[in-house]
Design a binder for this molecule. Structure first.
Ligand code: S6P
Ligand code: ZN
Length: 192
């Protein structure tokens, strides 16, 4: 029997802010500095302010099979050394769960990889709807000068596994090249 009522939220397309107010996660550089390859540049940046790298607005939905989690992510423009601002990146804890990203604003690159070593990336711009299949880790990179704003929708029971990415790292990075953003293979061993 249905025990919930339909409901609706409103996304401000320019900022990604959802109303009425929902769970709001703020990731500052000090929280995620180890994900960038140029640790000196990260420490240098932290001698000044502690910039907000990205924010997530999560509509609260039960973490159960059958539900659909949905949220906006806002990655602020900027770089640490020659590497663009990006998310921590994760696998879903329940690996066999997919996700859709609908880009509302900005320019970016969605990096993906599997535990058996496959890699992929997709460009994001307003209107692109990217499909992250089950079993693919995902990290999003803002390669533009404006906030990268996108909607994510994924199964209610997916959960998040950050530990695997933190241990192993991503096999690809996005850096500033002479002709714009470049996707490069991570140097050296995969584990670090
Ligand atoms: C959740 C979805 C996004 C990310 C968000 C931040 O499954 O993929 O909402 O949570 O973009 O990235 P991260 O890697 O810090 O969770
Ligand atoms: Zn996800």
């Amino acid at each position: 029997m249905p025990d919930e009522n339909p409901f609706q939220t409103l996304i401000e397309l320019k900022t990604g802010v959802i109303s009425p107010p929902v769970d709001h996660v703020i990731r500052r550089l000090s929280d995620i500095k180890t994900i960038f390859r140029d640790r000196d540049a990260a420490e240098q940046a932290l001698t000044g302010e502690d910039p907000t790298v990205y924010e997530v607005y999560n509509v609260p939905v039960p973490e159960e099979t059958g539900q659909l989690q949905h949220c906006t992510s806002v990655i602020h423009p900027g770089a640490v050394g020659d590497e663009y601002h990006m998310t921590k990146g994760h696998y879903h804890a329940r690996r066999a769960t997919a996700e859709i990203y609908l880009c509302l604003r900005g320019e970016g690159i969605l990096l993906m990889e599997t535990e058996d070593g496959r890699t992929a990336h997709l460009r994001m711009s307003p209107g692109t709807m990217s499909y992250i299949p089950p079993f693919w880790a995902h990290r999003t990179v803002n390669t533009g000068n404006a906030p990268l704003v996108f909607v994510g929708v994924y199964p209610g029971n997916a959960g998040h596994d950050y530990g695997s990415v933190a241990r192993i790292g991503f096999r690809q990075r996005v850096i500033k090249g002479p002709d714009g953003p470049q996707v490069v293979a991570e140097e050296g061993a995969v584990r670090r």
